[in-house]
Design a protein around this ligand. Structure first.
Ligand SMILES: C[S@@+](CC[C@H](N)C(=O)[O-])C[C@H]1O[C@@H](n2cnc3c(N)ncnc32)[C@H](O)[C@@H]1O
Length: 313
């Protein structure tokens, strides 16, 4: 059986030399990966083998793995975009938008890599959270007929807002969107050009935001997973007082049970602070928010968890 060769295979005297392997991966793995590259990405029958291969790698083997599939990791594939981070950070508005739109490259060399990307649990969870957001907005609006205020931290492409407002031209929600990336703000502005009377953009770091308003909902998805505990708790303390009495704050965080974690890290160097329900609850307690005002919710796959913190009412 071929084995992983992070150590050197120096044949002893009289021994037949073993087949040469790429550092860290077996010859069979290398051959499989090269075949995928040549045929323009995995086909459905290759998915399980590729996922198993990646899940079985040691993080030290990731660079060798990426080297073999390097031709697929240009900015024209989603994996390559994720890896190269053209906007300077992982999870930029464009990659999130491509996940929402299930964008597939027209180029034969990348098409099947993109299809593989979208089928992964993490991408599906991202799409699910957009639906989750729209449901929360609809529920908020169904309470009564008064005007509502929703604040979004790390708004990215604002496709969630766009889809909601597009389906509800008579919506009474005014959205305030915070993002520190001007490219994200520009994209979201253009995307929502027909709804700009219901949106205010703030181009700034969420850590610096100030407001005298109280919000019916404060929503954040795809942001807190990037923060270490200290900043997470700081932001909870900062924004919780801005929740209206009957309102709520909803904070997304990827679960430790994310089955796509190895793929994200091995292919895209996309690192999140995955957290369990228990860890999320604990952060609330550290922020001084009592347990009886907090619950942990989830999208249907249970991968994107949501801390739901009730207002003080
Ligand atoms: C992963 S995207 C999520 C976008 C959106 N919430 C969604 O789920 O579709 C994260 C966004 O947060 C923004 N962001 C990251 N850190 C931020 C910070 N400290 N202050 C403001 N925006 C930030 C990024 O620019 C990016 O657009």
């Amino acid at each position: 059986m071929l084995q992983s060769t992070s150590t050197l295979n120096v044949p002893k005297e009289g021994q037949v030399a073993q087949p040469t392997t790429k550092p860290g991966l077996t010859d069979a793995q290398v051959e499989f990966l090269r075949e995928l590259v040549i045929k323009g990405g995995p086909e459905v029958q290759d998915y399980d083998r590729l996922v198993d291969l990646v899940n079985g790698l040691d993080p030290e083997q990731y660079p060798a793995f990426r080297e073999i599939i390097a031709p697929a990791l240009t900015e024209y594939s989603l994996q390559g975009w994720t890896l190269h981070k053209p906007f300077g950070y992982a999870g930029d508005f464009m990659v999130i938008e491509k996940i929402y739109q299930q964008y597939v490259s027209p180029n034969f060399l990348y098409r099947n890599w993109d299809r593989f990307y979208h089928i992964q649990h993490a991408a599906r969870a991202v799409r699910n959270r957009k639906e989750f957001f729209k449901q929360l907005c609809a529920r908020l609006e169904s309470k009564n007929n008064s005007e509502k205020h929703v604040l979004i931290l790390g708004s990215g492409p604002a496709t969630d807002v766009f889809e909601y407002l597009d389906s509800r031209p008579d919506s009474k929600i005014h959205f305030e969107l915070i993002d520190w990336d001007q490219n994200a703000i520009d994209y979201a502005t253009e995307k929502n050009r027909e709804h700009l009377n219901k949106i205010t953009f703030h181009k700034m770091n969420v850590l610096r935001f100030r407001s005298h308003l109280l919000y019916d909902m404060i929503w954040s998805a795809g942001l807190f997973d990037y923060f270490k505990e200290k900043h997470f708790v700081y932001l909870l303390r900062k924004f919780e007082p801005l929740v209206a009495e009957e309102g709520e704050m909803v904070i997304g965080n990827f679960s430790r049970k994310n089955p796509t974690r190895c793929l994200m890290e091995a292919m895209g160097e996309w690192y999140l602070n995955h957290r369990s329900e228990y860890e999320l609850m604990k952060l609330c307690l550290e922020a001084g928010i009592p347990e009886d005002r907090v619950m942990v919710d989830r999208e249907p796959l249970g991968i994107n968890l949501f801390l739901r913190i009730k207002g003080r009412g």
